[in-house]
Design a binder for this molecule. Sequence first.
Ligand code: SF4
Length: 381
Amino acid sequence: MTANLLDFDLEGLAAFCEQLGEKRFRAVQLFRWIHQKGASDFAQMTDLARSLRDKLPAVCTITDLPVLSRQDSADGTIKWLFDVGDGNAVETVFIPEDDRGTLCISSQAGCAVGCRFCSTGHQGFSRNLTTGEILAQLWHAEHFLRRHLQRGERVITNVVMMGMGEPLQNYHALVPALRAMLDDHGYGLSRRRVTVSTSGVVPMMDRLAQDCPVALAVSLHAPNDALRNDLVPLNRKYPIAELLDACLRYLPAAPRDFITFEYCMLDGVNDQPEHARELLAVLRQHGERGVPCKVNLIPFNPFPDSGLTCSPRAVVQRFGQMLNEGGVVTTVRKTRGDDIDAACGQLAGDVLDRTNAAQRLAQRRQASERPIRFVQKERQA
Ligand code: SF4
């Protein structure tokens, strides 16, 4: 069987080269050709020894993901739908801004966590992506954009693991991909510019701190366990207090001195003044001195069958103001790529649901519709 060289970080590639009887510096050359120059044809790699160039095609490939579609938004956002086989497809989004270019990458085909407000979660879960499939999203996007924008230098300056999937539930494939992103012979991104977003897989947060500490974003979405159990089911396993403890343990290794908490604003569900007060208390009083953090409020992007709607703009502003006045720096995320369904929480490729997660989510949604309506009525009264 031939190896896909996108499956390796530099150490992995060095081990592979060693098996071929090649020295480590050959792995560095190969790694640069692949990731810095976007080469997929060994014949292009002119500084490799001729004998190695001739040997490689028989034992390995550099395999891109087939593109099923590419959509370009009016605001410059680009969304790719990649085929990962067996009827599964995953999405990747490039978001250009004045001072940066961010790529949002998927880590799984679907997701088993099943957050109520997330389009991916409603599709269920099929399988983990390989390291090669995670890295191919960056490899493809970076070298497409360089050709498209006719720029020789790096276009993608930031990577966020916030596409489809819970990255920390695909830890073994994730870490080599992160290492290739950070490697100076690869994409050379700083740890501050690579963010892993998690719904709170506590043991893996601890491992990430040791193995590859990059910036961390935690999907919080609720200020108490009762509500978070409903919105983010993983909370039943790792409740808020345990999650915040894990954040405090992560911080000494983190490239930033704060954790980002994501909070999706759901009308009448988690967006009321009492929720803001409770959130402030939780974040500021946890542990000895609270959790150093920033909060990012995300306007919910409605999708069919979610049973949820986005908080009105004024409610989002009021919630953010209360947190800021309470001493927690809070921003509201700008929505991008609305016209191509590329905004946060809208990514939903095609997934063969092997775990009946979608069915379980539908049952949970029905079971919890009553309390949500009750809260809405209370607010209107
Ligand atoms: S928000 Fe993240 S963890 Fe939750 S279902 Fe969606 S992809 Fe999975």
